[in-house]
Design a protein around this ligand. Structure first.
Ligand SMILES: Cc1cc2nc3c(=O)[nH]c(=O)nc-3n(C[C@H](O)[C@H](O)[C@H](O)COP(=O)(O)OP(=O)(O)OC[C@H]3O[C@@H](n4cnc5c(N)ncnc54)[C@H](O)[C@@H]3O)c2cc1C
Length: 295
């Protein structure tokens, strides 16, 4: 099916974008790569009489280090993130994750900002970004604000983005070089049915100084395994799996999930625990690259 008719706007500056959003209100939507929005328009699930193409705002595709953060422009594609020397060098676990998203066509056109703003529940980035303490930057004509990724995704296709706001960047605090992080996911199709992200900071004695364990794609929001994080505190790295996985099993069993086309709620929870076990082993073993598992 073809989308219903729309007017296309190609602004050259953010202030032009804000002007258009002001002028057309709910009748307008911004878009970047269009990999999600165009599918919804073609299926006629969504319709906007005015589409605002952000691609001319090339400054929003920059990737740079600034003030202790790796700053990824919202318009940076997954492929560019996966292959960027700064991301690969400083946050290799996130570069690996980007490299496993979808297929090369979607990775080249789809942006990280579009992924987060669409909030499709079967997505890879949110859990790993939450584990890394990342935040998103939103601009509107009133100014700018930052929001933790964990607070930005509110549920299936629902975010904390307000009308008139445009996501301009994703900021990942530059991790300590000794951070051990990894993401593992499984999906029978191109999107993950379940994913798990782990980030462990060891102290000088080889015990856990801080740990983050997050589950993605099983429910509408990335799920923090807070009891598992607490159980990990102070443990020697070699005893971490033993100390954490039983606690994690109980926490994952309590994640609110529903049956969908990716599997039953129980199946996705089961996968999540297996992915957590693998992510933990990968992080501690220091494997360089993730292999995305497919059926
Ligand atoms: C076949 C296929 C397989 C996929 N597999 C995976 C996968 O394995 N893992 C995964 O994580 N994802 C997967 N995806 C999702 C993919 O990551 C997203 O489609 C892509 O990142 C969306 O980016 P985009 O720029 O194309 O968004 P668009 O389609 O341009 O926009 C999506 C939504 O975000 C809004 N938006 C976009 N940019 C901004 C901005 N800067 N500020 C405010 N709002 C904005 C738009 O208004 C729209 O509502 C898959 C998608 C497809 C089609």
């Amino acid at each position: 099916m073809l989308p219903r008719r729309f007017n296309l706007h190609r602004p050259r500056s953010l202030s032009e974008v804000f002007g258009l959003l002001d002028q057309y209100g709910d009748d307008a939507s911004v878009y970047a790569g269009g990999t999600e929005l165009l599918i919804a328009l073609k299926a006629r699930v969504l319709h906007y009489p005015h589409l605002i193409d952000l691609k001319a705002l090339s400054e929003l595709a920059a990737i740079e280090e600034y003030d202790g953060d790796v700053v990824i422009g919202a318009l940076a594609s997954h492929h560019r993130i996966a292959t960027h020397p700064l991301v690969r060098g400083v946050v290799p676990a996130y570069a690996d994750l980007s490299d496993g998203i979808a297929n090369i066509r979607v990775r080249c056109a789809g942006t990280l900002g579009g992924n987060l703003c669409f909030a499709e529940p079967h997505a890879d980035p949110p859990a790993m970004l939450a584990a890394l303490g990342a935040r998103v930057r939103l601009h509107s004509k009133e100014g700018q604000r930052d929001c933790a990724v964990a607070d930005f995704i509110l549920g299936d296709f629902e975010t904390a983005r307000q009308p008139g706001e445009v996501m301009t960047a994703i900021l990942i605090p530059k991790p300590a070089p000794e951070l051990k992080a990894a993401y593992r996911c499984y999906g029978a199709g191109e999107r993950p049915a379940a994913g798990a992200a782990v980030a462990i900071l060891p102290d000088a004695a080889g015990n856990v100084a801080a740990a983050q364990f997050w589950i993605g794609a099983v429910s509408g929001q990335p799920a923090a395994l807070t009891a598992t994080m607490a159980a990990a505190g102070g443990k020697p790295l070699g005893e971490l799996a033993e100390a954490c996985l039983a606690v994690a099993a109980d926490e994952i069993a309590a994640i609110a999930a529903s049956d969908d086309s990716h599997g039953s709620a129980d199946y996705k929870r089961h996968l999540a625990l297996t992915m957590l076990e693998r992510a933990l082993a990968a992080a501690l073993g220091g494997e360089a690259r993730a292999e995305r598992m497919r059926a």
